[in-house]
Design a protein around this ligand. Structure first.
Ligand SMILES: C[S@@+](CC[C@H](N)C(=O)[O-])C[C@H]1O[C@@H](n2cnc3c(N)ncnc32)[C@H](O)[C@@H]1O
Length: 275
């Protein structure tokens, strides 16, 4: 009978919460994160107007400068070859009397590249909808109707070249996905994931679905990695990472949202000393 190799996997499933600003995560050392999965506040969406104003942004370009500063901080924190994955949607809004598209995905591609990242092929997340006729514009008469904005973007970026692992790395081998998952996940249009409920007792959350975070965690990190969400919100990325045996770090600036994050982490048993 052959020997059964003893495989030691890293200690996993811890969640760390950091109150503060995604642009300066001073308590984390350089190259300490394997993957960033995040969804920032979307520029030109009214839900986030006050937040951007508090952060000093007075216009669209200023909002994207704030997000680009956060991506620069992610670049510092990622290991060589580590990925930043940003979920963002474009916005429609009237400014100066003109109704127009605000292409947040294009600004994100530009901002993350300026922050040092290499852009990679992206996913269009087409959310299944129960409202097939939510069209804007002039009904059935050309030419003044608008195409419905029913896709969001999942934009992956890499820090430097391919991430390197020792031969036969046990954690990487244990993180394998199967052929069916590979074929479905690495196709450019995802239409199998519903959006997360947005309403909560305290207002709209901007949360993405757990299945989206879990998929990205499994596609782009290995067991034992640290997965960061610098715009943690309700913590969807963090719980997904911990569930798939990664460690998680969440940064959240809003004190009320941070308090809710702590409560959830405790309830899920993810904080040290939790019952
Ligand atoms: C779109 S929500 C994230 C939702 C999250 N993906 C989820 O599933 O719950 C963006 C979050 O980023 C937080 N935020 C905004 N600006 C921030 C900053 N500069 N630093 C840290 N957090 C920030 C907001 O308070 C909000 O909770």
């Amino acid at each position: 009978m052959g020997c059964v190799p003893i495989v030691t996997l890293p200690r996993v499933g811890e969640v760390r919460l950091i109150p503060g600003d995604a642009r300066r995560i001073g308590s984390l050392p350089d190259a300490s994160v394997g993957l960033v999965v995040t969804s920032p506040p979307y520029p030109m969406i009214p839900q986030w107007d006050d937040l951007f104003r508090d952060l000093g942004a007075t216009d669209y370009a200023g909002m994207h400068r704030i997000l680009a500063d956060a991506y620069r901080e992610c670049h510092r924190l990622l290991v060589p070859g580590g990925l930043l994955v940003v979920n963002i949607g474009d916005a429609l809004r009237t400014e100066g009397g003109t109704f127009r598209l605000w292409p947040n995905h294009a600004e994100t591609l530009r901002g993350a590249e300026e922050a040092g990242f290499t852009p990679l092929p992206y996913v269009l997340w087409k959310k299944p909808t129960n409202k097939p006729n939510a069209f804007l514009g002039s009904g059935f008469l050309p030419p003044n109707a608008y195409v419905t904005l029913d896709c969001e973007f999942i934009l992956p970026f890499r820090k430097g070249g391919l991430r390197r692992f020792p031969p036969h790395d046990a954690a990487r081998a244990a993180s394998r996905f199967d052929r069916e998952e590979r074929d479905r996940w690495f196709s450019q249009i995802w239409s199998d994931l519903r959006g997360a409920p947005q309403r909560a007792p305290h207002g709209r959350t901007g949360a993405f679905p757990a299945a989206l975070a879990e998929r990205l965690v499994r596609m782009f990190s290995v067991i034992g990695d640290t997965v960061l969400d610098p715009f943690a919100g309700t913590g969807t990325t963090l719980w997904a990472a911990a569930r798939w045996r990664r460690n998680a770090v969440g940064v959240e600036r809003d004190p009320a949202a941070f308090a809710r994050l702590r409560e959830t982490a405790r309830a899920l048993g993810y904080l040290p000393g939790a019952p």
